[in-house]
Design a protein around this ligand. Structure first.
Ligand code: SF4
Ligand code: F3S
Ligand code: FES
Length: 248
């Protein structure tokens, strides 16, 4: 069954742009990315769109569909009414390069600022031992496909360019939390999260968790536990005393 779908797509570049209306064939079983590809093949050969796997695994086709951050390849057309206009816009938090393609280098910069896994100095490769439960705890975070939809939706940076310098966003705070949970990581991740990556900006709205296509419980399993550990360290008198004694 084929019908004429109504699409409204943002066209433009860093200088500016706007929404343009199109009518495109939609076939049964298709996803938004299929229709965008048909639009590109039949009416707008210069439409810029980033994609790769078409299977929800490369994290390239992130955009906003009717205002919601989503992967275009995982958004089924049958979730819309036939006469409904489907609006596709680029991720708002990152600068537009052209049409649906944004410059996500903010994320790579933040990734580079996080020191890698730091085992204790006296442990040699091959001597690492850890409990299965600790392996499993961080497994969830490893499902991240770096689509940056969580980064796109987080209000701390979505409408506040000025916060980008001090706030790394849910994806990277989750990475720090993952390292902090690692029993063999010897770096001071709590200060790092709070002082350099802006954990305190997060007021646990959970919007990041809501849009994650991998259904990672970013807020409940990474950010809140990290906040609790930071608070324990700062305000629990016993933890405070322990830290003082250890530092001597
Ligand atoms: Fe995408 Fe989820 Fe990873 Fe965020 S945590 S980048 S939403 S997969
Ligand atoms: Fe932002 Fe997620 Fe916290 S959306 S405010 S990082 S819970
Ligand atoms: Fe790879 Fe959509 S094309 S996640």
């Amino acid at each position: 069954m084929t019908y004429k779908g109504k699409f409204r797509v943002w066209r433009g570049d860093a200088e500016g742009g706007g929404l343009e209306d199109y009518e495109v064939d939609v076939n049964e079983g298709e996803v938004v990315l299929d229709v965008i590809h048909r639009l590109q093949a039949t009416q707008t050969p210069d439409l810029a769109v980033r994609w790769n796997c078409k299977a929800g695994k490369c994290g390239s086709c992130s955009a906003e569909i009717n205002g919601m951050p989503k992967l275009m390849c995982m958004c089924r057309m049958n979730t819309f009414e036939e006469g409904e206009t489907v609006t596709v816009t680029p991720m708002r938090t990152f600068p537009v390069i052209r049409d649906l393609v944004t410059d996500v280098s903010f994320n790579y910069q933040k990734a580079r600022e996080i020191p890698a896994f730091t085992p204790p100095a006296d442990l040699k490769p091959g001597e690492y031992r850890m409990q299965q439960v600790d392996v499993e705890r961080s497994q969830e975070f490893r499902k991240c496909i770096e689509c940056f939809l969580c980064q796109d939706t987080c209000h701390v940076i979505r409408d506040h360019e000025e916060n980008k310098e001090s706030f790394s966003g849910p994806r990277f705070l989750m990475r720090i939390a993952e390292l902090d949970m690692h029993p063999l990581d010897a770096a001071d991740r709590q200060h790092e999260a709070q002082d350099q990556h802006g954990l305190g900006f997060c007021n646990i709205t959970k919007c990041c968790t809501e849009v994650c296509p991998e259904h990672i419980k970013i807020t409940d399993n990474a950010l809140i536990p990290m906040k609790e550990r930071v608070a324990d360290r700062k305000y629990d008198p016993i933890v405070w005393l322990g830290n003082k004694i250890r530092r001597r």
